[in-house]
Design a binder for this molecule. Structure first.
Ligand code: NAP
Length: 306
């Protein structure tokens, strides 16, 4: 399976990243089977956050690592912190350092390959984040860093206080939630898609070699549901199904191929807990959608070409 470079690092990662946010929906045997199956498929990148399942998702993964000591070196582990759900965002040095200690303990590992700031905190002091990253890096607890849900200027500001490169920005992106590309095609217009909600983050990431990881690649709204096979998106599904028929793949593969087709070389971060669906997403790497097909799918989602 083709691997891509993560940001400016020397890490080579599978284009499909396995999100572990929903791991607590499995029992421990199912989770073990799922993780081993994903690795056998050639996937080497697993995403966590301290808050997933209130820590249970990391704990379950940690048990899998404990039971298979050789596994840790074969995979890359990423986790995130900075959200206290429903209470506040906290990017302070103390919070981040404590959070990483908790993550390492739950995951039964001595280091994270990548650590991300989960969400920008309005009260964040970039100097403190820089100090936290330096301590984490120097101690060997974290090898590489990145952010999630950050816009261009937030990354630019933060970078000024970091000794390490930001490798990743994890952002919501799917056929239906595509403002990242949409605003770029409706520049300066009065149209619905014109507002640039992220400070041209797509171009910023491309210019600075930061890998975009697309969270919720098959969802519409904010976790409202999957658009695939959903009667609310009849026109979109009609087009996706037609393209799927042409390539002899499933609708999931086409939705993934739509993201892979973008030249920014994004990493798809899926939350499926089914190996069969992971296989469908991996199959998308073999499909290179024609330009006209990419736009046909985009338009069928209700977007416009002004
Ligand atoms: N940085 C952030 O703020 C942030 C926010 C949210 C998520 N994340 C990360 O991103 C990952 C992915 O997010 P997500 O889980 O919302 O993404 P997703 O891959 O779009 O959604 C996966 C969910 O959709 C279901 N599903 C139903 N039909 C599907 C189909 N045809 N194809 C694919 N999935 C289908 C899956 O069920 P089955 O299990 O039955 O396949 C699963 O429950 C998370 O695991 C987490 O690691 C990050």
């Amino acid at each position: 399976m083709k691997k891509i470079k993560l940001g400016k690092s020397d890490l080579f990662v599978s284009r499909t990243a396995v999100g572990c946010m929903r791991m607590d929906s499995l029992d421990s045997r199912e989770a073990e089977r799922f993780v081993h199956g994903a690795v056998e498929m050639g996937l080497n990148f697993f995403d966590h956050a301290d808050i997933y399942g209130g820590g249970k998702c990391e704990e379950m993964f940690g048990e899998i690592l404990k039971n298979d000591p050789g596994l840790r070196e074969r995979i890359l582990l990423q986790s995130k912190a900075g959200i206290c759900p429903g209470v506040m965002y906290d990017n302070s040095k103390t919070y981040l350092l404590n959070a990483v200690d908790g993550i390492l303990k739950r995951l039964h590992t001595e280091y994270l390959d990548v650590f991300l700031i989960h969400r920008p905190d309005a009260l964040a002091e970039p100097e403190e984040i820089g100090e936290a990253f330096e301590i984490l890096h120097h101690s060997g607890k974290v090898r590489h860093f990145g952010v999630s849900n950050h816009n261009s200027m937030q990354m630019e500001l933060l970078s000024g206080y970091l000794k390490q490169d930001l490798l990743v920005d994890q952002l919501q992106f799917s056929i239906t939630n595509s403002n990242m590309v949409r605003s770029g095609m409706e520049v300066n217009m009065e149209t619905e898609g014109a507002p640039d909600r992220d400070g041209s983050v797509l171009n910023y990431c491309r210019k600075n070699h930061i890998t975009i990881q697309t969270w919720s690649p098959f969802q519409y709204g904010m976790f409202e549901g999957v658009f695939l096979g959903n009667p609310r998106f009849e026109a979109l599904n009609k087009v996706i199904d037609k393209v799927a028929e042409k390539y002899g793949v499933s609708n999931t593969s086409v939705a993934a191929a739509w993201i892979f087709r973008h030249p920014a070389n994004m990493q798809i971060l899926t939350g499926t807990m089914k190996l069969s669906r992971l296989e469908e997403i991996c199959r998308a790497e073999e499909i290179n959608l024609e330009r006209e097909e990419w736009y046909r799918i985009y338009l069928a989602a209700g977007h416009i070409l002004p």
